[in-house]
Design a binder for this molecule. Sequence first.
Ligand code: 5GP
Ligand code: MG
Length: 184
Amino acid sequence: MKGSKVEIVQVLDKKFTPYINQEEIAELVTRVAKEVSRDLRNEKPIFLPVLNGSFMFASDLMKQLGFPAELSFIKFSSYQNTETTGTVKELIGFERSMKGRTVVVIEDIVDTGYTMQTLIQTLKEKEAKQVKVVTLFSKPEARKVEVPIDYLGMEIGNNFIVGYGLDYNGEGRNLPCIYELVKD
Ligand code: 5GP
Ligand code: MG
């Protein structure tokens, strides 16, 4: 953010205003990385960033752990079910066995909690020893189901954000800081 001038960014048809700058994000990531490293380095954890949103956070976080770790990306693939009108979401990308492992899920943001609930359930079915949840942001006001968050960057209000991995309809993931939607 240069001086006091607020630089509005246009992403597709919406305007976004700066919300969390790069320095602030870096502080959150460094603190979380220290906590995770302190607690889990002796567990030989496997880290599971949830694509696409967590790619930048996961990259910065993993670099700061300070020990060699195992990493495997997962993703919710949604596809139109031809037999029904609904959209089916499937978890893909499990390349390694989760059985008996300490699994550390890396998320960009926990909103309603449905994504994390599904993921934790899946990891239990895959017989993970324990599941730890790391998320950069959480929107407690938006929560529909309770999910455990073990490591949190910060709580935010119920506003739509983009940047640092988060998109608006496919755009804006590359923005280096966080912007929030300007309501019209
Ligand atoms: P949940 O299942 O908790 O409702 O949603 C989690 C996912 O929704 C996040 O991983 C993220 O991809 C998306 N999401 C939730 N809130 C926001 C937001 O404010 N901005 C963006 N870009 N994505 C969000
Ligand atoms: Mg996500």
